[in-house]
Design a protein around this ligand. Structure first.
Ligand SMILES: [Zn+2]
Length: 206
């Protein structure tokens, strides 16, 4: 069975966070699940990301990794992106060790690009028309993450209390509480309803 890379899987809002979110339930290790444990999913993720991240990247083709070493680099940068931003959202700031690891891995990814490649940062919204870009998935995720370092963007990153995904809250007053209201928001509502009907005080199940 093929995993469905639907719109919900791209609730992160930007490629960097969508990539980090290919592991679910990160904060409960016994429940955590890595969608890339089947490496074939990387290719399908890359194809779906080009579709769902048009707003960020315009017309683009994200080239999935071909060799094992490239797979490893994408997984490494994914973990670096996750560590960097999760720590920041939790109030730990942008930590030197996490930032250094992220930049080092990104530097290797960028250096592997063809020397004629244009690594201009994505210009949200404006590139929907025009020529299709081709970029490796890892480099694209790194560039996407670089843009999140800006304070005004960094403070819009949140952690979904249900699935622990990182997401970029673009709502005007930064009021989004879930990665995806229709999935995680409803699940939380159903859980509250269930607890009420059993007549249990909610704090017993916190
Ligand atoms: Zn969620």
């Amino acid at each position: 069975m093929t995993f469905d890379w639907n719109a919900h899987r791209f609730s992160g809002g930007v490629l960097a966070l969508d990539l980090a979110n290919t592991v679910i339930f990160r904060e409960t290790p016994d429940r955590a699940m890595d969608r890339f444990s089947d490496r074939g999913e990387l290719e399908r993720f890359a194809a779906a990301a080009a579709h769902f991240r048009k707003q960020e990247w315009g017309k683009v083709k994200f080239q999935p990794p071909r060799e094992q070493a490239e797979v490893d680099r994408i997984v490494d940068v994914r973990e670096a992106i996750n560590a960097l931003f999760r720590t920041a959202v939790r109030g730990g700031g942008l930590r030197p060790d996490a930032l250094a690891t992220f930049l080092k891995l990104g530097s290797v990814l960028v250096f592997d690009e063809s020397m004629t490649q244009n690594l201009a940062w994505p210009n949200p919204g404006s590139a929907v028309q025009g020529e299709e870009r081709k970029l490796s998935l890892g480099t694209a995720a790194f560039l996407s993450a670089m843009r999140l370092l800006e304070p005004a963007r960094l403070e819009r990153i949140k952690i979904c209390p249900n699935c622990h995904w990182l997401y970029f809250d673009e709502s005007r007053n930064r009021s989004r509480r879930w990665c995806d209201m229709t999935v995680c928001g409803n699940r939380a509502k159903a859980q509250r309803h269930y607890r009420r009907n059993r007549g249990q005080p909610e704090h017993d199940h916190a």
